[in-house]
Design a protein around this ligand. Sequence first.
Ligand SMILES: CC(C)(COP(=O)(O)OP(=O)(O)OC[C@H]1O[C@@H](n2cnc3c(N)ncnc32)[C@H](O)[C@@H]1OP(=O)(O)O)[C@@H](O)C(=O)NCCC(=O)NCCS
Length: 225
Amino acid sequence: MEKMPYRAELDGGIFQMGCPTEQVTTTDWRQALPVLTSNQVTLRELRISDAPSLFAMLTTEEVSRFISPPPSTVEGFERFIAWTQRQRAAGTYVCFAVTVEGSDAAIGIFQVRELEKGFETAEWGFAIGSPYWGTGVFAEGARLTMEFAFDVLGVHRLEARAAVRNGRGNAALLKVGAVPEAVLRQSFLRNGEYLDQTLYAIVEDDWRARDAQQWTRTVIRETVH
Ligand SMILES: CC(C)(COP(=O)(O)OP(=O)(O)OC[C@H]1O[C@@H](n2cnc3c(N)ncnc32)[C@H](O)[C@@H]1OP(=O)(O)O)[C@@H](O)C(=O)NCCC(=O)NCCS
């Protein structure tokens, strides 16, 4: 990843970053994001009250070093969350909070933004608190996010950018079926240094083939009121 669209300076101050059990929502995601659930992970709309938890999880050096700088204060995260809700209402971007079984605390985020009007080509990005790395939370959250992107947003091509030096981020993308397509030389300015990024994409055909072969669909979607 990754340059997700939030920019503090544009916001007056702040991060800008096959199974019959399935129940399909008819909710308009622009009004409120649905709740997406798998075995140990739930994705839901961000709430302002998630700010302290996200601040604790996403501002550590190991989490933030290869991504757009996160807000540096809890108040900054509150403004970021308010911004995500405005962008969702405008229909250009969604950001899910990641929670794990037994807790409602937000421990990470998955974001999807349109690169073309109507989401046909979109970009996703994600960050999870390091206590949850290597636990399977990422893979489950990624599957839920991809399902939402392809089935609900109508994405045809889902891109991601990962700094070449971000070994963990690149491996995570490969694990969920993203295909490396190119190196974008010096495309990401971080801490005063231009980093090369790998451009990845998952196209809808890849997703459908993988979904049918490898993943059982156990998603239950509900509407957030
Ligand atoms: C990206 C992120 C969400 C992935 O979640 P995660 O729980 O770490 O991912 P996983 O453990 O499922 O997968 C990572 C894989 O990278 C491997 N890995 C770890 N360090 C690595 C390295 N330096 N080089 C290559 N592979 C590495 C792990 O072994 C694992 O593979 P395995 O499951 O086959 O053992 C998480 O690491 C994160 O939030 N990172 C900081 C934010 C970030 O970089 N986001 C943008 C990514 S483009």
